[in-house]
Design a protein around this ligand. Structure first.
Ligand SMILES: NC(=O)c1ccc[n+]([C@@H]2O[C@H](COP(=O)([O-])OP(=O)(O)OC[C@H]3O[C@@H](n4cnc5c(N)ncnc54)[C@H](OP(=O)(O)O)[C@@H]3O)[C@@H](O)[C@H]2O)c1
Length: 235
């Protein structure tokens, strides 16, 4: 009943031009929500009053999350059973993966994301956003001899994207440009055309929270850049 009246209210607000065409009610499950882009997205969702559960590791720094009134589930994204358990803790409307690797740890870019995609599908959570990276793409070949660290990471992310796009879920893949540590600028964009650029994690989090509520982003690969910022120099 609450869902129906919220939908009616959203429709009325759209008619009078006060709201975006879709509304996100939540709750949203966030992987990688303890720092960077994931945390910035959580902050934006909470500012909009949306309930959030963040998947954290036993070692994660949760000090910022504590002030945001979120639920947490403890586990490791590399452990499929932990990920499945997280999906069982609420009736989630959407899931975000902003997993990123820490130096000296196993990369979660492929196995962590595959666990999330599989668990979303098994638990009936259709809406999913995966943060990937510019430079990733289905034409990428397995890294050969002498390949650099980033070639390996891009290849893992390519496989994770492919697995998601073949899953039948309502996906959006977001490939940001170079990530910076500044504040939200209000000038970032999500675009379908691949363009080199950079973007602050806070700004990207604002855009990701918006994309979760925007059904027109479903089934798309979107590049996240801030045209007001300098383009990072090629190596
Ligand atoms: N750096 C760049 O310029 C750049 C450019 C384009 C795209 N990207 C991509 O954008 C995404 C977001 O990057 P970011 O720098 O904003 O994020 P980040 O600060 O590196 O955060 C990574 C998150 O992943 C979590 N995580 C890592 N391994 C995990 C595991 N096994 N189980 C559960 N959680 C795990 C971390 O949790 P803990 O707090 O427990 O460590 C943290 O919350 C990443 O996919 C990154 O590769 C980065």
């Amino acid at each position: 009943m609450r869902r129906i009246s919220n939908v009616l209210m959203a429709a009325l607000l759209v008619l009078v031009g006060l709201a975006p065409a879709q509304a996100l009610e939540g709750p949203v499950l966030v992987f990688g929500g303890t720092s960077g882009t994931g945390l910035a997205t959580v902050q934006n969702l909470r500012a909009d009053g949306i309930a959030v559960t963040v998947f954290v590791r036993p070692t994660s720094d949760t000090s910022v999350l504590e002030s945001l009134d979120v639920s947490t589930v403890v586990g490791d994204a590399l452990n499929a059973a932990d990920v499945e358990r997280a999906f069982g803790t609420a009736d989630f409307e959407a899931v975000l993966s902003s997993l990123g690797g820490r130096r000296g740890e196993p990369r979660p870019d492929l196995d962590g994301n595959v666990n999330i995609t599989n668990a979303a599908k098994a638990s009936g959570v259709k809406r999913i956003i995966q943060i990937s990276s510019i430079g990733v793409g289905s034409t990428r070949e397995p890294p050969g001899e002498g390949a650099g660290f980033m070639d390996e990471v891009f290849y893992l992310k390519t496989l994770a994207e492919d697995h998601l796009m073949e899953s039948g879920l309502d996906y959006t893949v977001i490939r940001p440009g170079g990530l910076r540590r500044g504040e939200a600028t209000g000038t970032g964009v999500l675009i379908e055309e691949e363009k080199m650029g950079s973007i602050d994690r806070q700004e990207l989090g604002r855009l990701v929270a918006g994309a979760l509520a925007d059904d027109s982003t479903i089934g798309k690969i979107l590049f996240g850049i801030d045209p007001a910022l300098p383009v990072p120099e090629e190596e």
